[in-house]
Design a binder for this molecule. Structure first.
Ligand SMILES: [Ca+2]
Length: 306
């Protein structure tokens, strides 16, 4: 099943309830940062601790986020320890930088991945490939890889890896970590910034099937729909959420560490997904670990304090 197909099958089951629970677009009244640049380490010490984060990451504080989602009801997300997360989706340039090192060091990632430009997200990468890329990034930077298969660092093949949550390296976020980060410290909101959205907020496919999709422009985002497919946006083209994270809604779906039989969790929607897919609480979207889509990318996390 394609990523978009996977989402549409979920959307059909929740659309009516979602419309009934729509809320006004109050978030658009607040001033937003226009075309923000990717920030460094400012605004990272959200839990009052010095943020020893690597370039391009932000410290996400430990804690809990509980509330009632307008569409999915009561939820509770608990993160026991702070962690660091990529501010943006992994870019095409960053992917190539690590991939080129990886293929010289025993990884089977040659020619894997596609990107529209250096500052666009990488896409068409499978879950297995993202896992191996995480390990390559760790080794390249002298960190301990998180993923092993039979106690051996996962560098090739498609064996189901074990994941160490205590290793110093990079890994995919768990589904809980991803949603906790996506909500950005807000409680009970549909999106990382509030309860409705438009093309001013994210790169996605707008249509009139959701009352909370208040975009005056419909279809693919007009700014990014050009002659070259797919219609990804440069990362960080929209305002960040409360944790300083960009594109947690839209642009490309993001793989999570959530093995579930033969499928894997993807979150946040994409340039080709409708408003329903961009909701923080849209959890039941999966794709196969071998699948690659023009809609799919990822970002990484690592444990804090190392
Ligand atoms: Ca995204």
């Amino acid at each position: 099943m394609s990523i978009r197909g996977a989402w549409l099958s979920v959307a059909a089951g929740v659309a009516l309830g979602a419309q009934a629970a729509d809320a006004p677009a109050s978030h658009r009244d607040a001033p937003k940062q226009a075309q923000p640049a990717v920030r460094g380490q400012s605004a990272t010490a959200l839990d009052g601790k010095a943020a020893q984060v690597r370039e391009g990451m932000v410290r996400i504080p430990a804690g809990s986020n509980t509330g009632s989602d307008p569409d999915f009801g009561a939820y509770s997300l608990a993160v026991a320890e702070p962690f660091h997360m990529d501010i943006t989706e992994v870019t095409w340039a960053k992917w190539r930088e690590v991939r080129d090192w990886a293929v010289l060091n025993g990884y089977d990632l040659a020619d894997v991945g596609v990107g529209k430009a250096d500052n666009h997200p990488v896409q068409r990468v499978s879950w297995y490939e993202c896992v191996k890329w995480c390990n390559a990034r760790s080794e390249k930077e002298g960190l301990v890889p998180c993923y092993t298969v039979g106690a051996v660092t996962c560098r090739s093949g498609e064996g189901l890896p074990d994941c160490s949550l205590t290793a110093s390296g990079y890994r995919l976020p768990t589904a809980v970590e991803w949603e906790y980060a996506a909500r950005g410290g807000l409680s009970g909101k549909r999106f990382p910034w509030g309860d409705s959205l438009s093309h001013a907020d994210a790169n996605y496919f707008s249509w009139d099937g959701y009352a909370y999709d208040a975009s005056p422009t419909r279809g693919a985002h007009p700014k990014f729909k050009d002659a070259a497919y797919p219609f990804t946006a440069p990362v960080a083209s929209f305002a960040p959420n409360g944790y300083g994270l960009y594109d947690m809604a839209g642009n490309v779906w993001e793989w999570c560490w959530a093995p579930k039989g033969s499928s894997r969790c993807i979150r946040g929607g994409s340039w080709d997904a409708d408003a329903g897919g961009l909701r923080c609480g849209a959890r039941n979207v999966h794709d196969g670990p071998n699948d690659r889509g023009d809609y799919g990318g990822f970002r990484t996390v690592r444990r804090a304090g190392q």
